[in-house]
Design a protein around this ligand. Structure first.
Ligand code: MCA
Ligand code: AMP
Length: 500
């Protein structure tokens, strides 16, 4: 048996001398180089005691080595668990205890702070990897030979676990199989016509589905090249865009690029511009088209499902719609109360079934059961509506979630942190429209009559406890929260009241 994901990604591999990755600083790795790098790291993982099925967690800066660590983990038959650099040590502690990784790779600067996460159920070891490819992991890998026999893994074996926050309680680890990732990569490569001639500008973080799987696996599956930027920086994007044929981003990338005078010239050679992770405003779509001639192709996905729908490559890319289901993927819209099917134009719960849908939440059968219907459809929590052409629109969310700059923030987690502060009676966290981030996290707080904190004190108390992107951009105070007859806080009313 081969290694399902790696063998599948290699199936259309171009000549090994072809460019796989080029960094913004001009470092070039061919497919052979990338293979050698991930091979050395895979051997180092083995030397560190990582066995098939073990989890390898990584909270590291974006780098070619970080990407190679993902590939090495999958080649070794282990399960990759990427973590946002913005997570605080407290947040990281939860992931480490829940996932019980055999190996935790962290930035060299954090080794001392995070030393306490070693040991535990899996005897977690800690190694380091820095932005420049420095650290103990690469020192070990440098001493290993480049060839590595990929561990055998079947389609249903786990390749990765990505944590996604919960509407109640703690984050859940979405278990993604080899075939979840491979089927999606092959489908997208074909649908979006990626070939070995393509060069994708990659400015996304590599700890989420969008940057790690959609942008990376799809290009590797097509044998194309990745132009790898350490982060999204509009000036750098404009400098490198003339060398790319395609780009992928969250809506904030495009609104920020629209503020750049040189956009037209830089975008001339592109054949494809993709947006996802959050709703793309019709205005942004129109402005980008007017400036560059490109109709941004919007697609819809989730950590749990990878990509689910996409606007067509040929044919109309309709602003405000996310397109028909991908080939092989089924999507239905049902009445959230009865589960019964709804007709065209009717809004209901989006449910998804197909090879893209994850294998459940890590060590959490109750949550898994709660998010699937009896007949095996995944309940997305998104509200959608089909039109007569079979194209889906996401028109709202049944789940309490804020998406800011493409990052998900679950209000419950922020509310719990605010409610625990002395002098706070209760709070409601909502997303308000924001021209840059799409939605801005906003805390509406009810204070005790005396001695309650001011906005600065609330923000000060959250700093260091919650990742920066989860911290409110604004704190407002009210005497009481609006509630419905059932006693539930009416967040829609709060959003309407505070939207300028
Ligand atoms: C950074 N900050 C943020 C965000 N990012 N605050 C709110 N929301 C954010 N998204 C913090 C910074 O720490 C900083 O804190 C302050 O806000 C201002 O930072 P700024 O310089 O504006 O931010 P940036 O570093 O330029 O980052 C903005 C960004 C970045 C480029 C939009 O957030 C980003 O790359 N987002 C992409 C997220 C992504 O890949 N999502 C895909 C998820 P301070 O004020 O203290 O300095 S995968 C997914 O959703 C599904 C599967 C799908 O469909 O794809
Ligand atoms: P995550 O769990 O971080 O992967 O976020 C997935 C969520 O992002 C989805 O459930 C949607 O609510 C949202 N999302 C992703 N792509 C789009 C899109 N194109 N339009 C609207 N919402 C989107």
């Amino acid at each position: 048996m081969p290694n399902h994901l790696v063998a599948g990604l290699r199936a259309r591999a171009p000549h090994p001398d072809r460019r796989a990755i080029e960094t913004a600083a001009g470092r070039v790795l061919s497919y052979r180089d990338l293979d050698a790098l991930s091979g050395r790291i895979a051997r180092a993982l083995g030397a560190l005691g990582v066995r098939p099925g073990d989890r390898v967690a990584a909270q590291v800066e974006k780098s070619v080595e970080a990407l190679a660590l993902y590939l090495a983990t999958v080649r070794a038959g282990a399960v990759y668990l990427p973590l946002n650099m913005a997570y605080t040590p407290g947040e990281l502690g939860y992931f480490a205890s829940d996932a019980a990784p055999r190996l935790l790779v962290v930035d060299p600067a954090r080794r001392v702070t995070l030393a306490g996460l070693a040991g535990g159920e899996a005897g977690t070891r800690i190694e380091t990897l820095g932005a420049a490819g420095d650290g103990t992991l690469m020192a070990l890998a440098a001493g290993e030979p480049p060839d590595f026999a990929d561990a055998e893994r079947g389609p249903g074996d786990l390749a990765a676990i990505l944590y996604t926050s919960g509407t109640t309680g703690r984050s859940k680890g979405a278990m993604l199989t080899h075939d979840n990732l491979l089927s999606n990569a092959l489908t997208l490569a074909e649908l979006w016509r990626f070939t070995a001639e393509d060069v994708l500008l990659h400015a996304l973080p590599v700890f989420h589905t969008h940057g790690l799987f959609v942008a990376t696996n799809t290009l590797l599956a097509a044998g194309g090249a990745i132009l790898f930027l350490p982060r999204f920086d509009p000036a750098e994007v404009l400098r490198l865009l003339p060398r790319a044929t395609a780009m992928m981003g969250v809506p904030t990338f495009y609104t920020r690029l629209l503020a750049e005078p040189g956009l037209e010239a830089a975008a001339r050679r592109l054949r494809l511009v993709v947006s996802g992770s959050a709703p793309l405003l019709a205005d942004t779509h129109a402005a980008f088209r007017a400036r560059t001639g490109h109709a941004i192709l919007e697609r819809y996905g989730m950590t749990e499902t990878n990509m689910t729908t996409s606007n067509p490559y040929d044919g109309p890319r309709v602003p405000g719609r996310v397109g028909p289901p991908l080939p092989g993927v089924e999507v239905r819209v049902v009445d959230p109360a009865s589960g019964g099917p709804l007709g065209l134009g009717e809004t209901g719960m989006v449910e998804i079934r197909g090879p893209n849908v994850f294998a459940g939440y890590w060590r959490n059968p109750e949550k898994t059961a709660a998010e699937f219907t009896a007949d095996g459809w995944f309940v997305s929590g998104d509200l959608g509506q089909f039109d007569g052409t079979g194209s889906l629109a996401i028109v709202g969310r049944a789940k309490d979630l804020v998406i800011t700059g493409g990052y998900n923030v679950y209000p419950k987690e922020v509310e719990e942190a605010i409610d625990a502060l002395p002098g706070v009676v209760e709070s409601a966290v909502i997303g308000l429209p924001d021209a840059d981030l799409g939605e801005a996290v906003t805390a509406v707080v009810v204070r005790a009559r005396e001695g309650g904190p001011d906005a600065e004190a609330v923000l000060g108390a959250l700093a260091g406890r919650l990742a920066r992107f989860k911290q409110p951009r604004r704190v407002v105070f009210v005497d009481e929260l609006p509630r419905n007859a059932m006693g539930k806080v009416q967040k829609a009313a709060l959003r309407a009241h505070f939207t300028p």
